[in-house]
Write a protein that binds this ligand. Sequence first.
Ligand code: ASP
Length: 323
Amino acid sequence: MTNILVLHTGGTIAMSQDATGAVSPTAENPLMAIQAQLAPTVHLQVEEAFNLPSPHITPTHMLQLATRIRAAEAAGIDGVVVTHGTDTLEETAFFLDLTLDSTIPVVVTGAMRSSNEVGADGSYNCVSAIRTAASPAARNKGCLVVMNDEVHTARFVTKTHTTNVATFRTPTFGPIGLVTKDGIRFFQELINQVACPITQVISPVFLLKAYAGMDGALFDALPADCAGLVIEALGAGNLPPATLPSVQRLLDRGVPIVLVSRCFNGVAEGFYDYPGGGAQLQRMGVIFCQGLNGQKARIKLIVGLSAGKSGKELAAYVDNAIS
Ligand code: ASP
């Protein structure tokens, strides 16, 4: 028997639509009776951790999930599935990926259509996620995201469409596996990563997006207790020059600033050497984070700060360098 813990947290996968078209949480999670669709060798232990739309999920909820999963693994569970709203699913999945040192599969899934809509994808995705969590091939792969017959790494997957069921994509690299009728097929080797377990979450950590003509107003408006900042910068990692005095003031206050690109593909690198160019930002002490989007880089900065990292150690942790 393969024992799988299913942790429901809410989201559209646990919602239904009324006659006016409005979508909202239901009292009884429609996924509670999914056992009938699974192989008899799979035994489910189902818990409702929360019943929240995912815009209500915070890093504190993510830490609660990580704590529950760690306890379940210690108690001998064979795999874990987390059902989650899709809006912040990639952030929770990446938080689990960073903080858990699990060898068992941990799989996050959701749905784009509520349970009573035509073509609802919730039950199907949930069954696919359970099959993945029960697959020995999914062990030692960190946290995975299974949606729409594809297996993605939590590290690089992102939501790319507001409503399409094929919304979850991995820019640059693609999915690492497929859910087929026969089983779960993996076709990419993964980068190993050392887990960073935490017992608290530091806040507030902010995320700002750069734009043409940006000045320092938003940077100057950050509160005195700002613990960290991620900037989605322009192109290869550049900022408009009018932001520089404010960026320097934050660095002088000791606020760690992490920079990613607002581009969908590629990595941020500091090679432009003009006012506001990445080379100058790196010399100022801005940390370049390679290959993560802004919301993922923010999760990584929160985890690094929450683990007590600072200075060069924090920069080395957050820069996400692959080699
Ligand atoms: N707004 C919903 C949520 O993230 C969307 C979804 O679940 O797909 O909770």
